[in-house]
Design a protein around this ligand. Structure first.
Ligand code: NAD
Ligand code: LMR
Length: 342
């Protein structure tokens, strides 16, 4: 499993069952919104992790069946189900990582910001419960608009006096997963080798793939840069349109979120070499939150990698400046919402 999520991981030669044998299944993970389009496949992928001892599935409905189904898989973690507000606190007790994909997805013609009115309140309620019940957990926010829901979560945690900026993450892994896939396709590279940092935020032009920093080093024509950048920025919309009203990315998102969970668990487990891109509190730019590569450790964000923003191409430097006003406004909208509710 690790090999499939981690770029350039060691070649995995063991068979499937052997890979799932317990190493040190010590971590508890809670999934809020577990019965949804992302929640179900993500629960399955987390259930496959040898590092997980317990998987708590929470939703407002339909979670009992998902948990019963999943609990029959012969992998180490125990699966527990929690339904509705009355069971939310118990779903969070003793948890190391909380993953939040709760909320409504886009339909064709909508922006992620159009989800703000519904999802802001959902994220607020859930993060309040996280603050009360597992304030030391890593918090992974998937619910859109991520550019606003992460600042909302930060404000709620501040109001509760438990904000630890090193442990609050906006999940932007899907942007990296897409960038890696599209670049490997275009340049005929081995997928396992390709790693493209994606910075900024998670909506439209705020998604900025730094193609000049692709590893292994690749050269792109100006047309290729333009075409790949736009495709990566619009990849969510590509899926929304293909699903034609039935929601947004769920399977690729579950894959990406599972990779981010696995990286967090490896960091918690003492692995000193874990890097991911994530939307976090940051001093990399003048904006208070910014997605970039980070180093993960036992205490969360151990370092924010500044090197990626040095030596940008003209195209990237212009795109970075161009994304700032929109990202700033989305961050401020989230902060204002949370402060108004206080
Ligand atoms: P979905 O509608 O299929 O599932 C959402 C789930 O959340 C449902 O099961 C619903 O019952 C649950 N839910 C609603 N209110 C809740 C509450 N108060 N508490 C707990 N659970 C609640 O939607 P989906 O396709 O799984 O998408 C979920 C969210 O993830 C959307 O906001 C979507 O935009 C976002 N998303 C983010 C990314 C990313 O890259 N960060 C990628 C894809 C989707
Ligand atoms: C994505 O990038 O797929 C998600 O943010 C969902 C969306 O609305 O596009």
């Amino acid at each position: 499993l690790r090999a499939s999520f981690a770029p350039r991981a060691e070649k995995q030669t063991q068979n499937f069952e052997n890979r799932l044998q317990p190493q040190a299944s010590t971590f508890k993970v809670a999934l809020l919104g577990a019965a949804g389009g992302i929640g179900q496949p993500l629960a399955l992928l987390i259930k496959m992790s040898p590092l997980v001892s317990a998987l708590h599935l929470y939703d407002i409905a339909n979670v009992k069946g998902v948990a019963a189904d999943l609990s029959h898989c012969n992998t180490p973690s125990q699966v527990l189900d929690f339904t509705g507000q009355a069971e939310l606190a118990n779903s969070l007790k003793g948890v190391d990582v909380v993953v939040i994909p709760a909320g409504v997805p886009r339909k064709p013609g909508m922006t992620r910001d159009d989800l703000f009115n519904i999802n802001a309140s959902i994220v607020k309620t859930l993060v309040e419960a996280v603050a009360d019940n597992c304030p030391d957990a890593f918090i992974h926010i998937i619910s859109n608009p991520v550019n606003s829901t992460v600042p909302i979560a930060a404000e709620i945690l501040k109001q509760k006096g438990v904000y630890n900026p090193k442990k609050l993450f906006g999940v932007t892994t899907l942007d990296v997963v897409r960038a890696n896939t599209f670049v490997a396709e275009k340049k005929n590279l081995r997928l396992i080798d390709v790693d493209v940092p994606v910075v900024g935020g998670h909506a439209g032009i705020t998604i900025l793939p730094l193609l000049s920093k692709t590893r292994p080093s690749v050269s792109f024509t100006n047309e290729e840069v333009e075409q790949l950048t736009v495709r990566i920025q619009n990849a969510g919309t590509e899926v929304v349109e293909a699903k034609a009203g039935a929601g947004s990315a769920t399977l690729s998102m579950a894959y990406a979120a599972a990779r981010f969970v696995e990286s967090s668990l490896r960091a918690l487990d003492g692995d000193a070499d874990v890097y991911e891109c994530s939307f976090v509190q940051s001093e990399l730019t003048e904006l208070p939150f910014f997605a970039s590569r980070i180093k993960l450790g036992k205490n969360g964000v151990e370092a924010i990698i500044s090197a990626d923003l040095q030596g940008l191409t003209d195209y990237e430097a212009k795109a970075l400046e161009a994304l700032k006003p929109e990202l700033k406004a989305s961050i401020e909208k989230g902060v204002a919402f949370a402060q108004k509710q206080a």
